[in-house]
Each structure stands twice: as structure tokens, then as C-alpha cells.
Design a protein around this ligand. Sequence first.
Ligand SMILES: [Zn+2]
Length: 130
Amino acid sequence: MALNTEQTNELRRAIDRRHKALIAEIRADVAKARRESFGELAGAAPDSGDESVAALLQDLDQFDVSRDLSELRELEAARERMASGEYGVCIDCGSDIGFARLRANPGAARCIGCQEIHEKTYAGSGGPKL
Ligand SMILES: [Zn+2]
């Protein structure tokens, strides 16, 4: 493991802070969504234009929550890797991820090279296959 104790502790604190912030964000989003649905029930019947905007906003809210949830899962996986001593090592190629990258993204599970390949694979999955 290339990270020293001090670096690991710093990243652990960063993960904890981000984890707490995400849970607060998700709670706030859910509370807001609840308030909005109560508002819809209480309000006068909206015209169709308002309804479609409301539906769009609701979709965006759900997208925000699901993005927060996937980041939360990344952080929890990072905690597990930290507990098992695998943190900071790329899950694909086994090389060191590097402190600078981890500091920018404490949930990172891959080195930059493998992350790029991973994202290309994902981006290309919907396209035509040769
Ligand atoms: Zn790698």
C-alpha cells in the first residue's frame, strides 16, 4: 500500500465528511419531494403545462437522489476496502491509485487509466456493435 498512515487518516476523514453530507442531501431531497406531493394534493387542479413541468422536476429530483445514492455506495465500498487494507489500489489492474486522485475523489476504486477504459466501455454499451 502506497499510502502512509497520515494520508489514509486524511482520506478516511474526507470519506466520513462526504458520507454525512450525502445523507443530509438525500434526506433533504426526500423531505422536499414529500412536501411537493402534499402541495399537489392541497393545491387547485393545475393545467397540463404545469403538470408536465412538475413531472419533469420530480424526475430531476429522483435523478439527483439516485446519483447521491450511487456516490454513497462508492464511499461505503471505499470504507470496506480501507478496513481490509485494499484501499488506494486499483480494483482492475492492482496498481496504486495515487494520493492526489484519492484526495479529489476519495471513493475512487480505479486508477485514472482504468477509469477511462471503464467509462468508455459504459458510454459505448448503447451504441451499435461491430
Ligand atoms: Zn488500474
